[in-house]
Design a protein around this ligand. Sequence first.
Ligand SMILES: CC(C)(COP(=O)(O)OP(=O)(O)OC[C@H]1O[C@@H](n2cnc3c(N)ncnc32)[C@H](O)[C@@H]1OP(=O)(O)O)[C@@H](O)C(=O)NCCC(=O)NCCS
Length: 153
Amino acid sequence: MIKISEITSADKQIITADILKKLTQWFGIDSAINDYVSGVKETVFFAAYEDEKPVGFISIKSNNEYTAEIYVMGIEKPYHRKGIGTILIEKAQLFLKNNGYRFLMVKTLGESCDYECYARTRMFYKKCGFFPLQEIKEIWGEENPCLIMIKVL
Ligand SMILES: CC(C)(COP(=O)(O)OP(=O)(O)OC[C@H]1O[C@@H](n2cnc3c(N)ncnc32)[C@H](O)[C@@H]1OP(=O)(O)O)[C@@H](O)C(=O)NCCC(=O)NCCS
């Protein structure tokens, strides 16, 4: 049974570090993980627990009064395709709508980089109602084309 809780304590950083370190196919660079671990402190954070064990999370930041962004999210691999990511997005959306936000965006790896793991991530976001807005190579560099996806809340 999966339970979702909002986390406001330093557990945000512990959960982010634990889960991202296990998702090596998506988060393979230690310095990037460290940046996320530090960055989640300032974000709204929901974790998914199975019994007492955190198995996934979503971290949301505000870009302006209308638009929020999925700063980072991850589900432990054995728990993929069980609907947990969808539940976390729904929880975040409810929070954002209640706080007057109109758009939710996410940056992910674009399809001009042929990497199957992120093709699956994009399928997930599409299924959750996100549309591709623009791929920009200047954000993460030529090697890591950044796709901005967005949905109306
Ligand atoms: C992307 C991620 C958060 C999705 O979470 P999840 O709990 O596995 O997703 P869900 O079970 O809610 O999937 C919902 C729908 O999205 C689509 N989807 C999700 N994973 C998919 C996959 N691997 N292949 C194809 N479609 C997929 C499906 O349509 C799925 O519905 P279905 O299972 O009924 O067919 C999770 O796979 C993950 O942590 N990936 C690694 C880290 C990552 O990519 N983070 C985002 C960085 S920007």
